[in-house]
Design a protein around this ligand. Structure first.
Ligand code: SF4
Length: 393
């Protein structure tokens, strides 16, 4: 049993005392983001799906391109999944794109082509959890539905002085409950966005700008002087190391690309062929055999090109990359992959691919705009956070 935790005063007066200055502050300080200029529930839904794992500045051009290509739910429902992936390429976490497409199909099939306007029905759609349902219902449909993401947890844990592990179920439920009382009243969508905006711009993880905060007189952590230590989070488990090899197999100016199955790590993504080896094995000793086993090709002229590292939520991948040519006459056989293509190297970057593949291709000088940006952005190295916690900076 977890220890009970202390929650500062949540009387109706306190709640009112937070709501009003927060909304005034939001009116004066809100960032002008493109999805804040529309009330189209579909456009708001797409923005929420993209923002779940990705920073605001990265999302803006993707959101604009996505809506140009799929301007409404019907066009998304009709599209081939590969077309959706093509617009999503570079955003990562492709399950979000798969879920959007599947949910659009259900909306057309079961809801007459219109997004439901209540949180409960929204949660029946694939990929829409408690947070996203609250966001769409409040922002697009003015419903008094709360939302809680990483920013809201931080703000409310500080305001309410919650000095217990913020990932505990009872703590999270207490925060949802206070968020539910805060959102009651006029402008629920703005109130939710104000809370997130405060967390993104003012009540930041390190060095919160308390002097500029509209609710500092109601903030327990500010009064106690320990805001920077909240919310309390458990220590992260260490990522398990894994090692793999990948090979740039070139034939007549084209390279072999393979697609992973729809389940498991990097599901459905395209990559250079290869496979996992033991963390204590020498990649050069294993590469020929791994390729024979997974794609049935005998290789010649195998030479190492370099290695890249990529972090997943629970795993740390060391990927050793080689270059080779296939022995003539061989035929690709697929073991553990569901498709293969011989492509121009740049064309692989236009298919749905993982960050590790992008880094491997960069070793051969193959990059595109997304790769260049990722190379400048150290955060690309690490998947940011579990589903449900916001990455809005
Ligand atoms: S006073 Fe400081 S710690 Fe409290 S909510 Fe505002 S920014 Fe966050």
């Amino acid at each position: 049993m977890s220890e009970p935790f202390r929650l500062d005063d949540t009387s109706a007066d306190r709640i009112r005392g937070i709501r009003a200055p927060l909304l005034r502050w939001y009116d004066a300080n809100r960032r002008d983001l493109p999805w804040r200029r529309t009330r189209d529930p579909y456009a708001i839904w797409i923005s929420e799906a993209m923002l779940q794992q990705t920073r605001v500045e990265t999302v803006i051009p993707y959101w604009e391109r996505f809506l140009d290509r799929f301007p409404d739910i019907a066009s998304l429902a009709r599209a081939e999944l590969d077309e959706v992936y093509a617009v999503w390429t570079g955003l990562g976490y492709y399950s979000r794109a798969r879920n959007l497409k599947a949910a659009a199909e259900s909306v057309v099939r079961d809801h007459g082509g219109r997004l439901p306007d209540d949180a409960e029905s929204l949660r029946g759609l694939r990929g829409i959890g408690r947070y996203t349902a609250g966001a769409i219902a409040s922002i697009a449909f003015d419903r008094e539905e709360p939302l809680v993401d990483g920013n809201v947890i931080r703000v409310l844990a500080r305001v309410l002085g919650i000095r217990a592990d913020s990932t505990r179920r009872d703590v999270v439920e207490a925060i949802w409950s206070v968020a539910g009382r805060l959102v009651r009243g006029t402008r629920p969508g703005d109130l939710n966005q104000a809370l997130m905006e405060l967390g993104a711009t003012t009540c930041t993880p390190r060095s919160p700008a308390c002097l500029a905060c509209p609710i500092r007189s109601r903030c327990d952590a500010h009064a106690a002087g320990d805001a920077e230590t909240l919310p309390i989070k458990p220590k992260k488990a260490k990522q398990k190391p894994m090692r793999a090899v990948a090979v740039w197999i070139e034939r007549e100016g084209r390279i072999l690309a393979v697609r992973r199955p729809e389940e498991g790590l990097m599901a459905g993504l395209w990559e250079l062929p290869g496979g996992e080896i033991g963390t204590d094995e020498a990649p050069s000793d294993r590469v020929a055999e791994v390729l024979r086993r997974h794609v049935g090709l005998e290789l010649r002229g195998v030479e190492p090109v370099g290695s890249v590292e990529h972090l997943f939520t629970h795993r740390r991948l060391a990927l050793d990359v080689f270059r080779a040519r296939p022995v003539p006459g061989g035929r690709v056989r697929r073991e553990g992959f569901v498709a293969h293509r011989w492509l121009r190297p740049e064309a692989l970057l236009e298919l749905a691919h993982a960050g590790a593949t992008r880094k491997a291709l960069a070793l051969f000088g193959v990059t595109n705009e997304v790769s260049a940006r990722a190379a400048r952005d150290p955060r690309d190295r690490t998947p940011r956070r579990p589903r449900g916690a916001s990455a809005r900076p």
